[in-house]
Design a binder for this molecule. Structure first.
Ligand code: PLP
Length: 259
């Protein structure tokens, strides 16, 4: 059997299982990749909202990363929730590896409303991580905050000027009507993707989409088809979502492999 590409996921743990590292690992498994994972922080949360973040000490996280990278070279890296600004500069120094695509999901707030990044973290992402990013996947609110610009499309273009190679601006957080429009801003242009709007509110959709993009890039796909296929796959995981708690619906990543 052929070896699967390894994708390194750097993000937080969500005990509800809908978002974070668990969403990443399930997505990788469904899409034929091997997941390596570094947990930046634990969280106290349920399917309704995040209540607290518990970041790992920066030196612990970095020693885990150094140990892993000395042994395994991933074919792509995805960064999600960071939880603290402290670790970013050292992380950026280690991840500046030419030839390894980096997907950055700038998790600044939970869809339940809780803020997950302070201004120091936003500034550190802007300064140290955007220049390393192959594909940035903000929703509209995240794009505005990261670019400090009110209009989302202008914000996405500004984020490319700040160093992101491409930006997939997702529209579900502010969708009106029966369509969700995601827009890809890349080197050679801008492209819209329209998706029928699903009926519920979902927890972990952004993590799932960014993870699927990282898997596509690990398989050396071209950016436009990778982002399109990742959206289609995420739409399916949301269309089959489950509602085990009292809050949002949780994506079903492994539906096709279930007995
Ligand atoms: N918790 C963790 C660990 C996450 O990584 C994320 C999103 O990436 C969230 C919570 C918030 O997820 P959502 O915005 O889908 O509610």
């Amino acid at each position: 059997m052929q070896e699967r590409p390894t994708v390194l996921f750097i993000g937080g743990h969500d005990p509800s299982g809908g978002a974070g590292i668990q969403a990443d690992i399930e997505t990788a498994q469904a899409l034929g990749c091997r997941a390596a994972s570094l947990v930046t922080c634990l969280t106290t949360q349920d399917s309704r909202n995040v209540r607290a973040l518990h970041p790992q000490p920066a030196e612990d996280l970095l020693s885990q990363l150094d140990c892993l990278l000395a042994d395994i070279r991933p074919q792509a890296i995805k960064i999600g929730l960071l939880g603290s600004a402290q670790v970013i500069l050292s992380l950026a120094e280690r991840l500046a590896t030419p030839g390894v695509p980096l997907v950055l999901d700038p998790v600044l707030a939970a869809s339940g409303g809780q803020r997950l990044a302070d201004e120091r973290l936003v500034t550190a992402i802007r300064r140290h991580l955007l220049p390393l990013t192959t594909l940035l996947t903000p929703n509209r609110a995240e794009a505005r905050r990261l670019a400090m610009t009110a209009e989302p499309d202008t914000a996405a273009r500004e984020l490319r000027c700040l160093g992101a190679g491409a930006v997939l601006l997702t529209g579900a957080d502010e969708a009106r009507g029966d369509q969700v429009i995601n827009r890809l801003f890349h080197e050679t242009g801008e492209q819209d993707f329209n998706w029928p709007r699903l009926p519920h509110s979902y927890h972990g959709s952004g993590c799932t989409l960014a993870a699927a993009c990282a898997c596509g890039l690990a398989r050396c796909g071209d950016l436009v088809s990778v982002t399109e296929q990742a959206q289609a796959w995420t739409w399916q995981a949301l269309a089959h979502a489950e509602h085990p708690g009292h809050g949002q619906w949780l994506p079903r990543h492994l539906a096709e492999t279930e007995p």
